[in-house]
Design a protein. Structure first.
Length: 158
């Protein structure tokens, strides 16, 4: 479970940095697939002997992958802030027809919202990936695990 969690944490870091550059709100979409992948991969590597064990291994792997997503969220928010900044974002919003008000008021709210959004979405991604990691572990159990457990118990009898 740790091996698959670390692999998915690195993948999540890269994917989430890219998605955060588009918009921080896009990252849960990536977390859906990454969490399922972490859980399934945990089953492949660990080969748990029962349904509950596969869900537990998947949840732990998904949680570890979610930490990588949180780091990716922070790095992406930092890059986004450096590349656009409050002025660039205000200009972009003005082109879309959104009135941002005075520059000073928008600049202070920009930093609060950027840091707050990155933190909230990052923590949500950890929970989402852990939950979907458990689901991915259960999926592995249904597809492969119960057949492997049945054949190993038959081998132990004979």
């Amino acid at each position: 479970m740790y091996k698959s969690g670390i692999i998915l944490a690195v993948v999540a870091l890269v994917v989430v940095v890219g998605l955060t550059l588009l918009s921080p709100i896009c990252t849960p979409c990536g977390a859906l697939l990454l969490g399922l992948g972490a859980g399934f991969l945990a089953g492949v590597f660990d080969k748990p002997l029962d349904n509950g064990g596969s869900a537990k291994a998947g949840a732990i792997a998904g949680g570890i992958g979610g930490i990588g997503a949180l780091l990716g969220q922070a790095i992406g928010a930092l890059l986004n802030s450096v590349l656009l900044g409050p002025e660039g974002t205000a200009e972009l919003l003005s082109q879309m027809g959104v009135d941002v008000g005075s520059d000073a008021a928008y600049a202070s709210s920009y930093w609060v919202s950027t840091i707050g959004m990155a933190a909230c979405v990052g923590i949500f991604n950890i929970a989402l990936m852990a939950g979907l990691g458990a689901l991915g572990g259960l999926l592995w159990w249904q597809v492969t695990g119960k057949n492997t457990a049945a054949s190993s118990s038959i081998d132990n009898i004979g």
